[in-house]
Design a protein around this ligand. Structure first.
Ligand SMILES: Cc1cc2nc3c(=O)[nH]c(=O)nc-3n(C[C@H](O)[C@H](O)[C@H](O)COP(=O)(O)OP(=O)(O)OC[C@H]3O[C@@H](n4cnc5c(N)ncnc54)[C@H](O)[C@@H]3O)c2cc1C
Length: 443
């Protein structure tokens, strides 16, 4: 495959320096070790993306779309010698506050978007733990959620329309730029979570929410996870709709400097000046030991800070232990949360693996994290397979929000069955007949 034509098309926006290309070839999952791209292209317009896809079709060259490469499932890694398509230069945004929408290019970072929207009293409420660097394109393509998922759902609830370039080089405008539309099959939902395997997203129309005036939050400790899950259920039954309900097990709490006990971070929206009443109402529903109270946005964000630090702390602990961190992403019905935590721990012990669990407990989404040295790969794979079986037995899924990527293909096949996967592969052939878009991912 010659890059000469790409050099002509993109000039210095084709990166060939092997050191930089190697950095772009991986994502935050760190595994599997990517084969590595041979170049990185930074398109600046949809027309350039079309040109790039046409080149890739002619050369049968794999394209690896990438936002900020914070994927934890290996979905943004270049797993064969191909070209990384980084959308960092496509970051224009058009805010339409009067219509309650924003139309943005894929490289817009979520934090930037929300900084602009705050001036209009609006926000885009899907906030993954990586929101500081994650992009709209990456979030939409991975179908992710975030800390406020219990209140606002996942990204698929907030995408109204998309422009995409398919693996045939066609530009499709799908969905709409209005708050409602029913125009044919819902291709938007198909593309949300397609992880760059069906088309390259060049524009997204997003629904926006009014920025709540204020928030109030609690950090609550428990000696057992059953009591914690019971409190989450009690809040739900008490007709309080939390803004977030985040969990850390005793190991996770100790790792980020809290007491070695199960911790619940629970917050609610509140009118300005009424935070005290909101906290009182929340506390009246809880049986755990309230350790910290926060009134107002800044204080609630501060209260969540140890939870946001968990990933970095886990990664550091894994490195100390001579291993690479693997963060699982399971969801179970909330009524089975405590059971899930208990059996996950028993499973890790049986496999002789360390385990630290955090998660978005309001949606039953747990992130059990483990690691082992180079000699433990087989043990790790067996553990992950057992986790999949366990979660299936609890009526759950192994892929709640991080996506399938390169890491979860086998587990998702077990969960959905071969027939469903065969239909997905057929769909992939419709949009990407030459198999150039993010090969080796999802299906
Ligand atoms: C510390 C940390 C916390 C995290 N917390 C969460 C969380 O709370 N919730 C959650 O859901 N995830 C979380 N993640 C995972 C990840 O950050 C999110 O999935 C994020 O949305 C990915 O955005 P990105 O811009 O980094 O995308 P990337 O990682 O670059 O890409 C993700 C996927 O999107 C594809 N893609 C990117 N841009 C395009 C495009 N323009 N067109 C087509 N395909 C494209 C890529 O090929 C890849 O398949 C976390 C990760 C980290 C490291």
């Amino acid at each position: 495959m010659s890059l000469a034509e790409l050099r002509r098309l993109f000039g210095d926006r084709l990166i060939e320096d092997p050191v930089i290309v190697a950095l772009y070839s991986r994502d935050a999952s760190l595994e599997p070790r990517p084969a590595g791209a041979i170049g990185v292209v930074l398109p600046e317009s949809e027309e350039e993306v079309v040109e790039l896809v046409r080149w890739a079709v002619r050369n049968r060259a794999p394209l690896y779309p990438q936002g900020s490469a914070t994927s934890l499932s290996g979905s943004a890694a270049a797993t064969s010698p191909g070209v990384v398509v980084s959308f960092e230069r496509m970051a224009r945004m058009e805010l339409r506050p009067e219509d309650g929408i924003a139309v943005v290019e894929p490289g817009v970072r979520l934090e930037e978007l929300n900084a602009e929207l705050a001036r209009h009293g609006l926000f885009f409420p899907v906030d993954p733990g990586s929101a500081m660097s994650a992009t709209v394109g990456g979030l939409v393509a991975s179908g992710g959620g975030g800390m406020c998922g219990v209140r606002y759902g996942t990204v698929r609830d907030w995408v109204l329309g998309l422009r995409v370039v398919t693996g045939r080089g066609d530009v499709l405008k799908i969905g709409c730029r209005t708050l409602k539309c029913r125009s044919g099959y819902d291709l938007v939902r198909l593309f949300v979570g397609s992880e760059g395997t069906l088309g390259l997203i060049t524009e997204a129309a997003l629904r926006l929410a009014p920025l709540p005036e204020s928030a109030a939050a609690l950090l609550v400790y428990y000696d057992d996870v059953e009591a914690l899950a019971g409190d989450v259920a009690r809040v739900r039954a008490g007709r309080v709709w939390p803004l977030f309900a985040e969990y850390m097990d005793a190991e996770a709490s100790a790792l980020v400097g809290l007491e070695r006990r199960h911790a619940l971070f629970i917050g609610v929206e509140s009118p300005a000046g009424a935070e005290g009443a909101a906290l009182e109402r929340l506390e009246s529903l809880l049986r755990g030991e309230v350790a910290r109270r926060a009134a107002g946005w800044a204080a609630a964000a501060g209260l969540l800070e140890p939870r946001r630090r968990l990933f970095a702390a886990q990664a550091a602990r894994a490195r100390e232990g001579g291993g690479v961190l693997v963060v699982e992403d399971v969801a179970v019905p909330p009524s089975r949360l405590a059971e899930a935590v208990r059996v996950l721990r028993a499973l890790a012990e049986r496999h002789g693996l360390p385990l630290i669990i955090g998660g978005h407990v309001g949606e039953g989404n747990l992130h059990p994290a483990t690691w082992c040295g180079a000699d433990g790969g087989q043990r790790l794979r067996e553990f992950l397979r057992d986790v999949a079986a366990l979660v299936a037995g609890l009526g759950g899924t192994v892929s709640a929000e991080h996506g399938v990527g390169a890491l979860k293909r086998e587990l998702v096949a077990l969960e959905l069955g071969e027939r469903a996967l065969a239909y997905m592969r057929e769909l992939k052939r419709v949009f990407d007949p030459h198999g150039i878009l993010n090969p080796g991912k999802v299906v």
